[in-house]
Design a protein around this ligand. Structure first.
Ligand code: PMP
Length: 401
């Protein structure tokens, strides 16, 4: 716990320190949002177009949305993550509620399970070690105790697959496991398809429940369908689960708080009951979700041309991140001959990368080189660009020698 608190404080501190630092070559690798090659926030061109359409639609008013959200948005959001050919959707077994981005989806999902999950023993959830720091607080807030399951192996800077599988095996039947759908935060380490299949086998054998958190669909590989593969596969195979979805990263709508919670049920009747339970919870929490961001995403998801443009915008963001990974890898291995193995820089996925450097080395980078990152050695790849990559690689090289 103390470690986690330190991580969070360090994260906030490192971003603040970065903005206060007048050093010209400073690099902020603690940032949790996409930055373009000029280190600036990027409003997706497709979002600008959708905003124009909204501005030019005088019939839009500021009335409340239904409690469960903008219906065209929630329907399209479910198809986006579960697939437009999803049997679960066609059979009416999916309940979708619009939420306050991914955080709100996590919270509402946690609250829903706390109230309605058929708990056998203690109210506990298994979280990957490490995980997004907010997960701990979200579950504790609703009276569910977080337990860690092994996920990251510092020796290989990769997945501790056996540790993960053993945790699934040894947990009591019908336990709840939180699973990052793609682009694991903070490690950037995802299971392979083969490993996902083995995880699904074990979840089914043990009757576990999957709490899928999907904050980076499209952001990981640049392709929305590829990044939804694990979620869709688990749904197809009948794993009991829910999915938290965020449009913060893939639509660059961080501050607009657009997200959804999708709960899978075994029948349409059960899904209808879930809908009324979620409506009651949502009513007492936020009454109605906000309109603006949902209207933007609704336009993008439901207009074929805008949707194609969005896919290109996503590919631009993911492509730049992948390019930074490749360039960093090349400079470290080919040019600087930096000691150690740096394969993980290109193998890891999404916005974040666990560099594998020690807290002392990351502290040295902050203090001596004005390079800001979390103490656990996590860097945000979007903080790198054509202008600062070589400076960072050179400093990293010095720090590990
Ligand atoms: N889950 C994970 C794993 C995340 O990394 C994030 C964002 N950092 C979220 C959920 C929630 O983000 P938001 O509430 O901005 O959608």
């Amino acid at each position: 716990m103390a470690d986690r608190l330190k991580q969070v404080v360090n994260h906030i501190f490192s971003s603040n320190m970065s903005s206060a630092d007048p050093f010209e070559k400073k690099v902020n690798l603690g940032v949790g949002a996409y930055r373009d090659d000029n280190d600036k926030p990027w409003v997706l061109p497709v979002v600008r177009k959708a905003e124009q359409i909204l501005l030019n639609t005088p019939s839009l008013d500021h009335e409340y949305l239904p409690i469960t959200g903008l219906p065209e948005f929630t329907t399209a959001a479910a198809k986006l993550i579960l697939g437009s050919d999803s049997n679960a959707i066609m059979e009416g077994r999916v309940t979708t509620v619009q939420t306050i981005s991914g955080t709100g989806a996590n919270h509402l999902g946690a609250l829903f399970l706390e109230r309605f999950y058929p708990w056998v023993g203690k109210k506990e959830i298994y979280l990957s070690d490490p995980t997004w720091a907010n997960h701990q607080a979200i579950f504790k807030n609703v009276g569910i105790t977080p337990i860690n399951y092994p996920y990251y192996d510092p020796k290989t800077i990769g997945l501790d697959f056996n540790g993960f599988l053993n945790a699934l095996k040894n947990a009591p039947n019908k336990s709840i496991f939180l699973i990052h759908a793609c682009a694991h935060n903070p490690t950037g380490v995802d299971p392979s398809k083969e490993q996902w299949n083995a995880i699904a086998d074990m979840m089914l054998e043990k009757g576990h429940y999957g709490f899928f958190d999907c904050a980076y669909q499209g952001f990981a590989s640049g392709n929305l369908d590829n990044d939804a593969w694990a979620v869709r596969e688990f749904v197809k195979r009948g794993v009991n689960m829910l999915v938290c979805q965020s449009f913060a990263k893939n639509a660059g709508l961080y501050g607009e708080r657009v997200g959804a919670l999708h709960v899978l049920s075994s029948s349409k009747e059960a899904a209808d009951r879930v809908k009324s339970q979620l409506s009651v919870l949502q009513r007492s929490e936020i009454s109605n979700p906000p309109t603006y961001g949902a209207r933007i995403v609704n336009l993008i998801l439901n207009d074929a041309e805008l949707f194609e443009e969005w896919k290109r915008d996503i590919a631009t963001m993911a492509g730049r991140i992948i390019d930074m990974r490749q360039q960093l890898y090349k400079v470290l291995t080919d040019e600087l001959k930096t000691p150690g193995n740096w394969d993980h820089i290109v193998n890891q996925i999404g916005m974040f990368s666990f560099t594998g450097i020690t807290p002392q080395q990351s502290q040295a980078l902050v203090e001596k080189a004005h390079i800001y990152m979390t103490a656990n050695g996590r860097i945000s790849m979007t903080g790198l660009n054509g202008k600062n990559l070589r400076y960072f690689a050179g400093c990293l090289d010095k720090a590990v020698r």
